[in-house]
Design a protein around this ligand. Structure first.
Ligand code: NAD
Length: 482
């Protein structure tokens, strides 16, 4: 595989060994070890952060003409597209995700670099009519060293969502992928150098979050942390960042509603809903795993939802027909099985799935449960696996209350033909990203992020560029000395 990384990507070169030892990667579909990467220890983290701080000051990046950065990022996008097939196979084998999804994500990563390359010349400050004679203007300046920390469910795409706007705005980036899924992020480091990003401006260190996470976050030379992961880890990072007043953006967990009104095209909603929760084997922060259905169409929707779910092609991630692959690891599958067990104990009806599917591979059948109180643990917590909880409602007010009952507020869908209701409910559901009459609405140009314990700050859109900059205000007096 041409783009297979050769180690950590440190200061423009591959580093084949590291002080944290080695991480063996197990292929989720075969349960066999198929690759290994060096695991960074504190030594390497210290080194890359210092390299980044030096590159931020000295390399021709933060102060380069905007067109220079744009050219490098357009180059990187083209190189990603050139290598898309190999990167997709690497991602599919590392994460267990279907190859079609993996290819889409790699190309979406390229689009992300193209978007922010184009954004560089459109990201402007203001001129402000202040109350003295002179000229007042703002500029957005890069923050410095950015630590980008990403999870295992969309390793390449999340890496691009962070690094593209951070690099576009002139920062130096240290990227840390999740322990289990470092390959495509490491590869991105090498591709960045080929694209013309200067040494030290973009480095990638694989490593265990438990060993180096705190050290990276609290390193005094890191000025901004851009994190995607669990709410608990995010809260810990926020506390660690407080002492130094570091800038922090957090994209965290979710338990998103899928609200189906009786006036919608109920059959279309039922047919579309499986992929709103079981895509990426349910390991998706946006998974619409709280399915909230109007009582008068409850049985009809449920029948269609279960039938469509049972038709999902679950299988080998490298087979182009596969829609749902194995889970990422044995541990993650066991965690999810614990929730299914809890659902059974609490009197829930398991309407489909509920068990392992085939061996080898960390497969778990897409599972639909109903009959649980809306406040049960299974209905309230992020399961991060292929489990959907269905619950009925009678009034619009009740539907909104059920949607807002959890601590999260990331995403959600609303199915209705009534335009006024769509607008009303979309205003009332406490989520950062809502889809009406479709099961997903993540767009490169639109802001993405959560309310409540789903996070702070936004990825994507021009909003993300702002979050990698400081605003500087300059006043030029026309009354010398005043
Ligand atoms: P995680 O929090 O366990 O790990 C995320 C990253 O943080 C990994 O790189 C990990 O090594 C690192 N990490 C762990 N401990 C750390 C520490 N103390 N300091 C700094 N970094 C540390 O999350 P995960 O299990 O990899 O991912 C799943 C979670 O991510 C889910 O909760 C999911 O909802 C969330 N997620 C959110 C979004 C979003 O955009 N809101 C997108 C994808 C995933």
């Amino acid at each position: 595989m041409a783009v297979m990384p050769e180690g950590l990507f440190v200061n423009g070169e591959w580093r084949r060994t590291a002080s944290g030892g080695t991480i063996e990667l197990i292929e989720p579909a075969t349960e066999k070890t198929w690759a290994s990467v060096p695991s960074a220890g504190k030594n390497e983290v210290d080194e890359v952060v210092k390299n980044a701080a030096r590159a931020f000051k000295e390399a021709d990046w933060a102060n380069a003409a905007p067109a220079v950065r744009a050219r490098a990022l357009y180059n990187l996008a083209a190189i990603i597209r050139r290598e898309a097939k190999d990167l997709a196979v690497m991602e599919a084998r590392n994460v267990g995700k279907p190859i079609g999804d993996a290819l889409w994500e790699i190309n979406a990563g390229a689009s992300c670099f193209e978007y922010y390359a184009g954004g560089i010349s459109r990201f402007c400050g203001k001129t402000i009519p202040v109350d003295k004679l002179g000229f007042d203007y703002t500029i957005q300046v890069p923050i410095g060293v950015v630590a980008a920390i990403v999870p295992w469910n969309f390793p390449f795409l999340m890496a691009c969502w962070k690094t593209a706007p951070a690099l576009a705005t002139g920062n130096a980036v240290v990227l840390k992928p999740a322990t289990l899924t470092p390959l495509t992020a490491l590869a991105l480091g090498g591709l960045g150098a080929e694209a013309g990003i200067p040494r030290g401006v973009f480095q990638v260190v694989s490593g265990r979050g438990s060993q180096i996470g705190d050290y990276l976050v609290s390193h005094p030379l890191v000025r901004k942390i851009a994190f995607t992961g669990e709410t608990g880890t995010g809260a810990r990072i926020l506390k660690m960042a407080a002492d130094d007043i570091k800038k922090v953006s957090l994209e965290l967990g979710g338990k998103s509603p899928n609200i189906v009104f009786a006036d919608s095209d109920v059959d279309a909603a039922a047919a579309s809903s499986p992929m709103s929760v079981f895509a990426n084997t349910g390991q998706d922060c946006c998974a619409r795993s709280r399915v909230i259905v109007e009582k008068s169409v409850y049985d009809r929707f449920l029948k269609g939802f279960v039938e469509a779910t049972e038709k999902l092609a679950v299988g080998d991630p490298l087979d182009e027909a596969t829609m749902v692959g194995p889970m990422v690891s044995a541990g993650q599958r066991e965690r999810v099985e614990g929730y299914i067990e809890a659902a059974r104990k609490e009197g829930g009806r398991v309407l489909c799935g509920g068990s392992r599917m085939k061996s080898p591979g960390f497969y778990l059948a897409p599972t639909i449960v109903d009959g649980l109180p809306s406040t049960s643990r299974v209905c309230m917590e992020e399961i991060f696996g292929p489990v959907a909880c269905v619950m009925p409602f009678e009034t619009e007010k009740e539907a909104i209350a059920l949607a807002n009952e959890t601590q999260f507020g990331l995403s959600g869908s609303i199915w209705t033909r009534d335009l006024e209701r769509a607008i009303r409910v979309a205003r009332s559901v406490e989520s950062g990203v809502l889809s009406v009459n479709c099961h997903s609405s993540v767009h490169q140009a639109a802001p993405f992020g959560g309310f409540k314990r789903s996070g702070m700050g936004r990825d994507l859109g021009m909003e993300a560029m702002s979050l990698y900059t400081e605003v500087k205000n300059v006043f030029i007096s026309l009354n010398y000395g005043q």
